[in-house]
Design a protein around this ligand. Structure first.
Ligand SMILES: [Zn+2]
Length: 141
């Protein structure tokens, strides 16, 4: 499957959310988190579907949008700086700049840490089978 990057929103110079389009699935929305400990960008698919009212992109920094697409009303209202060009690095698919993984925020590490089924993110967070969610001192209430 071939996906094409059509929108990227940045936060502090790093991608924060990305929208791609592919023939089969329509638009795909990716969340991107930077892990300070690993010095790595982690991304995961957060949703997909159509965007009849325009592309909404999350984050609060600058953004880039490919020609031929328009912003959704919510993003337009935020009056964020728009980039004229996008570094080729961020346009490639698959995303070679990062690792596919969800993350969890640890309030003690003050970092977003990758999650996996075999490892705990850090010493402050563990998976609770009872809650079916993360638990521990590092988890935000
Ligand atoms: Zn921690």
């Amino acid at each position: 499957m071939c996906e094409k990057v059509i929108a990227v929103a940045f936060d502090d110079g790093k991608p924060f959310s990305i929208v791609t389009v592919s023939g089969k699935r329509g638009f795909s929305f990716y969340d991107v988190d930077y892990c300070k400990r690993d010095k790595t960008l982690y991304y995961h698919l957060s949703g997909f579907g159509s965007a009849p009212y325009g592309i909404e992109i999350e984050g609060c920094g600058e953004y880039w949008l490919a020609d031929g697409y328009r912003l959704g009303r919510y993003t337009k209202r935020q009056k964020r700086p728009r980039l004229e060009t996008l570094d080729a690095k961020w346009q490639c698919w698959p995303f070679e700049w990062g690792i596919k993984s969800d993350t969890v925020y640890c309030k003690i590490c003050k970092d977003r840490l990758p999650t996996s089924e075999t490892e705990t993110p850090c010493q402050h967070i563990h998976w609770s089978v009872r809650k079916s969610w993360w638990a521990g001192r590092g988890v935000c209430d």
